[in-house]
Design a protein. Structure first.
Length: 258
């Protein structure tokens, strides 16, 4: 393929350098998610939000996350707790149906501010109270409604699973399977609402491919890295990205300052 053909593989609204950056970031965020159990999808969403409008961001991010989490689901299949996955998936069906009715109406400024506040909560907020196994369907419904607006509800889902007393491998495997179910439902709903995925497929495939590489590397270090330093670094990154998104939202609402 001639280099002149490369721009045709990237949607017209996205510069080639930005597409290359997103492909690289996908590998890094999948490594984060595989090694530490969460955080990758939120960081990827925040980076993508600096390049894409909300009408494109949420469905494209959803497909990429299906690929990323499917890779983790595949390599950690024997650790998945299906007694947790199934009620969560049932609740998710209800959640995406409710969220899909109104999510596409969000203006970009409101999305940026809302996502920024959501990222701040993910970094510094308190986890939801223990729901217990009987409330898994409710947790799936609530988180799936939120994912139609903000895309990456991984911290919320991970907090629910944390209350169930799973070991580290069960947590990562079950979390990945829950996110595959949730994102698949979301992608279907956005497709029914008319989103055209075809122009974005080359970028999506490239991001999924590098994401799987990141997953394989992250799985190798799953047992060897401590959580404390990572938590501090991740919270710092999320905070900086959140502040940038909030600033972009304010500028979109009131106009550039200075």
């Amino acid at each position: 393929m001639d280099l002149a053909d490369l721009p045709s593989l990237v949607p017209a609204d996205l510069p080639l350098w930005a597409a290359a950056l997103l492909v690289a970031v996908s590998a890094g965020t999948s490594f984060i998610a595989a090694a530490f159990g969460l955080g990758g999808g939120v960081v990827l969403l925040a980076v993508m939000a600096t390049f894409l409008p909300v009408s494109i961001l949420i469905p494209v991010h959803g497909v990429v996350q299906i690929g990323s989490n499917a890779g983790r689901t595949l390599v950690m299949a024997r650790h998945i707790r299906f007694d947790i996955l199934l009620p969560f998936a049932v609740g998710s069906v209800i959640g995406v149906a409710v969220g899909g009715l109104i999510a596409v109406r969000l203006p970009d400024w409101l999305f940026n501010i809302g996502l920024g506040l959501f990222l701040l909560w993910a970094a510094w907020g308190k986890a939801p109270p223990a729901m217990g196994r009987r409330m898994l369907a409710l947790g799936g419904a609530v988180s799936s409604t939120l994912t139609m607006f903000f895309g990456a509800t991984g911290p919320f889902v991970a907090a629910i699973l944390k209350t169930l007393g799973l070991d580290r491998m069960q947590h990562v495997g079950t979390f990945a399977a829950c996110m595959v179910a949730q994102h698949c439902l979301k992608v279907v709903v956005f497709g029914l609402l008319g989103f055209a995925y075809a122009p974005w497929l080359p970028l999506i495939v490239a991001m999924i491919a590098t994401g799987f590489i990141g997953t394989l590397i992250g799985r190798r270090v799953l047992h060897g890295l401590g959580d404390r330093r990572f938590g501090i670094a991740l919270n710092t990154i999320l905070t900086l990205l959140a502040l940038r998104l909030i600033w972009l939202g304010i500028e979109a609402l009131f106009g550039p300052f200075g």
